[in-house]
Design a protein around this ligand. Sequence first.
Ligand SMILES: [Zn+2]
Ligand SMILES: [Zn+2]
Length: 168
Amino acid sequence: MKLRSILTDNVAGLQRSARLAGRETMTISSNELRAAGLKSTLPRRKILEVMESRGTRHMSAEDIYRSLLESEEDVGLATVYRVLTQFEAAGLVAKHNFEGGHSVYELNQGEHHDHILCVKCGKVEEFVDEVIEQRQHDIADKAGFAMTDHCLYIYGICADCQKEEAGV
Ligand SMILES: [Zn+2]
Ligand SMILES: [Zn+2]
């Protein structure tokens, strides 16, 4: 938890200085990699840039690979998987293994949150519910556990996919 908050502070600070300095995404990524104890290699920087620049916070390895292809970056899918595993081990990204073998990655920024996922189109949204958070602490306390983490995924069909199913 400590490492994560340090990283988050670094990221916020770096993004601020980047905004001041214009578009220096290369520098941001390099600093972040160094802060996480990883050497700044081209594939690592490119993958970090994709994850920072995309509008959606949750991407599969294939999403990242496709995005690199679109910007004509020569990074193979196997490399994307390998780098993401390294990022995960370094605490730079979090991996979510959803039902049906669907996995997405997100940068470890900001506060804890839970996820709701569309089983048809794969759309992922985030939520935080104080009552759910508190209940989980209560349950852990009652069981005599010192709670370290939890994850909660809600599966469903999003409003857009429901409309499509109804043929509207
Ligand atoms: Zn959907
Ligand atoms: Zn998330």
